[in-house]
Design a binder for this molecule. Structure first.
Ligand SMILES: NC(=O)C1=CN([C@@H]2O[C@H](COP(=O)(O)OP(=O)(O)OC[C@H]3O[C@@H](n4cnc5c(N)ncnc54)[C@H](O)[C@@H]3O)[C@@H](O)[C@H]2O)C=CC1
Ligand SMILES: O=C(O)[C@@H]1CCC=N1
Length: 270
């Protein structure tokens, strides 16, 4: 049976680990590593998987998934390169780290796949974009698609799109939560109790997302259906245009894209 190692069990690493277990993966086919010893103990107790050092995990696995911060990759690669099994696949969920950078720090010929996931994977509604490096075969891409499909949707894209993907779907949940916070505060400002405002906004976000996905309609059509002539929605949308909210979103996502492109460059270049 094949073994998958998850190196880095913070927010995203634990999200993937828990999701694979929920999807029916056997705990005995997984091994987790983290540089924090107490975190390894927590993960063992909570999820019932084996844990160990990066060397233990890389040495035990056919698929090694890196979920540390991009800045920690230069420390992790030399550790795992000595320990890895021949032919093992390395999967990186790290923002900004390019497949050639990983390949350069791993044994010659190592297949590498880059993924940008997001946190709705915690409720099996994640969105992941997958790109293969120069040694990745269709079988490797299928293997990673199977891993990410356990916690949501997965799409394969050329690697040149990954910084944009990171800006849109990787960071995207944070922008939507930001909008939710703003609307809840607005409700409170308009006199609603905070719990009522929170319920109204959360269900409106959830229902709107479901309607968008399930209807397959263009968002402009869905927005127009809410916007009665001379009504309340038109009054609100005009204010959003006056405050250039769409332009602000575009600038924000350009900043995220640029930050992604910058993240994994060596410190002296920054
Ligand atoms: N949080 C998110 O929404 C998303 C995160 N990502 C990517 O996932 C990666 C991890 O992000 P988070 O989980 O948010 O960070 P985090 O800080 O919650 O987790 C990182 C984990 O890596 C461990 N770690 C650090 N250095 C290590 C080392 N040398 N060896 C072993 N373990 C080590 C830390 O102890 C920590 O548990 C990042 O590269 C990020 O770009 C990608 C998409 C979404
Ligand atoms: O903020 C970050 O850098 C990570 C990558 C995408 C979402 N969180």
């Amino acid at each position: 049976m094949s073994t998958t190692a998850i190196i880095g069990t913070g927010v995203m690493g634990e999200t993937l680990l828990a999701g694979l277990l929920r999807a029916g993966w056997s705990a005995s086919d997984l091994i987790a590593a983290d540089r924090r010893e107490y975190r390894r103990a927590e993960v063992e107790a909570k999820h019932g998987v084996r844990t160990g050092t990066n060397v233990d995990a890389a040495g035990a696995a056919d698929t090694v998934v890196l979920v540390v911060k991009p800045q920690d990759i230069p420390e992790v690669l030399p550790e795992i390169r000595e320990a890895m099994r021949p032919g093992a696949l390395v999967v990186s969920l790290c923002a900004g780290v390019q497949t050639w950078q990983l390949e350069a720090g791993l044994p010659d010929g190592t297949p590498v796949v880059r993924v940008m996931p997001n946190t709705p994977a915690q409720v099996d509604e994640g969105m992941a974009a997958i790109s293969g490096g120069k040694n990745a075969t269709p079988e490797h891409l299928d293997r990673v698609t199977a891993i990410m499909s356990a916690v949501g949707k997965a799409v394969t894209v050329p690697e040149k799109y990954q910084d944009a993907v990171t800006a849109i779907s990787g960071s995207g949940p944070a922008y939507l939560f930001f909008v939710v916070e703003a609307m809840i505060d607005a409700g409170v400002m308009l006199g609603l109790p905070r719990d009522v405002s929170t319920l109204l906004v959360s269900q409106t976000m959830y229902g709107s997302a479901k309607l968008l996905v399930e209807s397959g309609e263009h968002p402009t059509v869905l927005r127009e259906r809410v916007t009665s002539p001379g009504g309340t929605t038109a009054a609100a949308l005009r204010e959003l245009e006056v405050h250039r909210v769409k332009a602000a979103f575009i600038s924000a996502m350009e900043a995220a894209r640029d930050r992604s492109a910058h993240l994994a460059r060596p410190a002296k270049e920054k």
